[in-house]
Design a protein around this ligand. Sequence first.
Ligand SMILES: Nc1ncnc2c1ncn2[C@@H]1O[C@H](COP(=O)(O)OP(=O)(O)OP(=O)(O)O)[C@@H](O)[C@H]1O
Ligand SMILES: [Mg+2]
Length: 495
Amino acid sequence: MLIKPSINILVVENDITILQRCRELLVNEGHRVRTAESVEEALDIIQKHSGNVDIILLSLELPGWGGLTLINILQKAKREILIMAMSADCGEEAIEAMHAGAYDCIRKSFTTDRFWTKMNRAIEAFRLWRQLDILTRQRQAALTRIPHEENLMAIFNSITDGIVVTDWQTNIVLFNAKAATLFGLTEEKTLGHPISVSIKSDELLSFVMRAVKSDSSLAPLMAGEEPVVKVEEKAFRVHVDAVKNDTGTVIGAVGLFHDVSSISAMDKLRSDFLSMVSHELKAPLSSLLMQVSVLHDGLAGELNPKQKELLGKAKEKTKGMITLVNDILDYRRIQDGKSVQKIESLNLAEILQRTVELMRLSAEEKEISMKCEIEEDLPSFSGDRGGMEAIFVNLISNAIKYTPKGGSVNVILYKAGKDIRFKVVDSGIGIPPEDIDRIFEKFYRIKTEQTQSIAGSGLGLSIVKGIVDAHRGSIHVESEAGKGTTFIVSLPVEE
Ligand SMILES: Nc1ncnc2c1ncn2[C@@H]1O[C@H](COP(=O)(O)OP(=O)(O)OP(=O)(O)O)[C@@H](O)[C@H]1O
Ligand SMILES: [Mg+2]
């Protein structure tokens, strides 16, 4: 509070004896005193020391402009100064002064006690007055703050994306109108309750947990593209960030939800169309390959070398197209979360054996020696047959594709602890270290002189990764450019 322990008092009196007496009494009590002998002089002091005059002890019997004039001037100027009148008899003039705004009147023939009785009351009144003034100002400040907060809430509620704020324990503390409609949030049901109760998404919860546990030294939580999170029937592009206080301590999380359900529906329509087209192409392409192969192999009549060469190229292109169509179909399956279509007890040894036999022909065409070692008595594996075949085909075909003529490809299936491991070792072109982390991305292909003539869509490994993840397995790659590559897939066997 700004209440000063001592009061600034201006004594305006032309009778020097009275002036000195007043001054002495007030100074002795620790108050700061200024004196003036006329209204003009008083006004001068008030102007010069604006804010430093709290009480004026004012004689009503001043020559020239009387004390009443000063009271009127100060009232008009709305100066926050308490005026204590002083007069010989506190008669008519005093009453007029009090009407004009003076607090009280002291007789000039005062005794010390009488002086202090009146002055103390005036000082007390002034202090209360000040205090009231401070409280009024504070209240006004608070009132101006309320509309500010209301404005912020209005802005918050007009945002077309949903916003949800949680505390550090992931309890919802604030949400905007859009979030309320999107997730059916209400103040009673939602505020103070965990976000997981109102918005059911494990993925979202993991983002919020990461945000509230985040360390300011960590990289931004959501670098790059924001993930799409599914909540019941809807899809949202979400951005979650930590909320920090002035000192940088994480006090909660804020999530922004952009509804992309309609875009996702469009996306689904588009990829369903792609699947449908791919599916429709698969059968005619397979029969085309068969017919071209019949021609190429001379089963429909002798061919001259030129015809054989052209049909050979046509056969390769058709094979490429079939692979692409299969990739698209496999990829769609994974996107739909259907990488595990049907779980059954599988004999991986038998599936691998058959796959290797099917691929042996393409290895022979490139004079690549292919060995296959399968450990005996492997336990059966619970998984999706189509998925396992896709893993074997993709990794073995890559090994053959990216190994030059005369190289080797070794395929091994063995047990390691609680896992069944599938290993493909080739002596091919290898993968440069800078590309190793990217080969599992969809459509990623390494562009070098050696790979430019090799056909592919860059989907194979992303499909493999999707299937391995769906079976709670892991895939690992070791490679040295020019020396060869080893892919190891570990699949956990459930006991
Ligand atoms: N065994 C390997 N040796 C060297 N490079 C490889 C090997 N396997 C994959 N790669 C590199 O990784 C890239 C991605 O492989 P991926 O199987 O995903 O696609 P792709 O073989 O190009 O096409 P497809 O979709 O037909 O399989 C390849 O383009 C290739 O550059
Ligand atoms: Mg491939």
